[in-house]
Write a protein that binds this ligand. Structure first.
Ligand SMILES: [Mg+2]
Length: 379
């Protein structure tokens, strides 16, 4: 069996209403979908994190020529070849999201060719469903903090009525000109409203300095918040170490880090208590499974970051199914027509707050080709 083609399919959905987090405003959802097709016409799908343009050129010009004619079931060997080529080509800043999307497509194709779900090929599933938490509660363009708070409370109640029992709140309101005190007020208001019915996490998307993060983290500890995500910029590892030493609340991060080698450094320095690699940017299923295995050996929960299409959801669920201890799925609830429309059978949270792990061959999902064309844009 040989790889016959590697295609890139850029997709984009412009939001009806932009929303913000601690880093900036989101106005559209865009992804590069990768389709790898074998010589007998079987296709596997993957997804690259981030802007379309760079990923499209890297997959088309560098990765695709390397893969044509190769055996698509050799996922680890192909991963090493791509990684070597990208590192050689780009030196210090290689586009690992391009590698990630191709790797996910290869796993999907490999599973379809062998007739087994990816979780089986990764060593077997510990569970057939994974508890999910709702990501949402983004910033609106409002003038008054009270309006931000009331919108968040309303949204939280909707997530609870859908079945979610765990919610993640976005903080870092300095984007709207407010300081950490506003974030603490927002967090306290949400805790007061739903804290008896739901577990809460907070995510600052790298908004703080170390003193600000300590202040917000201590307020979160008082409320029993489950984790404090990305309090600091990802390059500020020294202060992640200091913050984790000072706070009792678990510090979580990882969506902005790629590769096992980076996570090894993070774990060695005890910079975080929860690791959050993203399959679409950290190195694909191959590398996130390795990161999860290292985290398991060190008894650090690995809770992948997921913010993409249903391809990212499926790939993450397969990895999560194989984790021996902790498993929790990030289920983004913000506006994303691609997440809702790309599959013939979309993912949904069940009344018991879990999402089923797909059990068909490969990723176990069926991409709706008509919908894929509908979302398709020029690269
Ligand atoms: Mg996050």
């Amino acid at each position: 069996m040989k790889i016959a083609s590697v295609e890139t399919i850029p997709v984009k959905h412009t939001l009806k209403e932009p929303f913000g987090n601690g880093q900036g405003w989101t106005t559209s959802r865009q992804y590069l979908i990768v389709r790898v097709t074998s010589s007998d016409g079987i296709a596997g799908y993957g997804e690259c994190w981030g802007p379309i343009a760079g990923n499209d050129r890297v997959v088309g010009e560098i990765i695709a020529p390397l893969l044509i004619g190769q055996d698509p079931t050799d996922t680890a060997r192909l991963w090493e070849q791509i990684h070597f080529k990208l590192r050689w080509a780009y030196h210090s800043f290689a586009p690992y999201s391009a590698l990630s999307g191709v790797d996910i497509a290869l796993w999907d194709l490999k599973g379809k060719l062998i007739g087994q779900p990816v979780h089986k090929l990764l060593g077997g599933a510990f569970r057939d469903s994974v508890p999910a938490y709702a990501t949402g509660h983004y910033f609106r363009r409002v003038d008054r903090l009270e309006d931000q708070i009331s919108a968040v409370l309303q949204e939280a109640k909707e997530h609870l009525s859908e079945g979610f029992k765990t919610l993640k709140l976005k903080i870092g309101l300095k984007l709207l000109g407010w300081g950490p005190e506003a974030d603490i007020a927002l967090m306290r208001a949400l805790h007061e409203e739903v804290g008896s019915r739901a577990s809460l996490m907070i995510d600052a998307n790298c908004a703080y300095s170390l003193p600000e993060a300590i202040k917000v983290g201590r307020a979160a500890e008082e409320l029993g918040v489950s984790w404090f995500e990305e309090p600091l910029p990802p390059d500020d590892l020294d202060n992640y170490v200091r913050l984790s030493e000072k706070l009792d609340i678990p510090v979580a991060a990882g969506e902005s880090w790629a590769l096992l080698s980076r996570f090894h450094e993070v774990f060695r320095r005890q910079a975080v208590s929860i690791a959050q690699p993203d399959v679409c940017s950290a190195g694909g299923i191959t590398e996130v499974k390795r990161i999860a295995d290292l985290a398991h050996a060190l008894n650090v929960p690995c809770i992948p970051h997921v913010w993409g299409t249903p391809i990212a959801l499926a790939a993450s669920l397969h990895v999560l199914a194989t984790l021996p201890r902790h498993a929790l799925l990030e289920f983004d609830r913000s506006e994303n027509a691609i997440r809702e429309g790309l599959l013939t059978r979309p993912f949904a949270v069940r009344p018991d707050s879990t999402v089923a792990v797909p059990d068909g061959p490969g990723l176990g999902i069926e991409v709706d080709e008509e919908q894929l064309d509908r979302f398709r844009v020029a690269a």
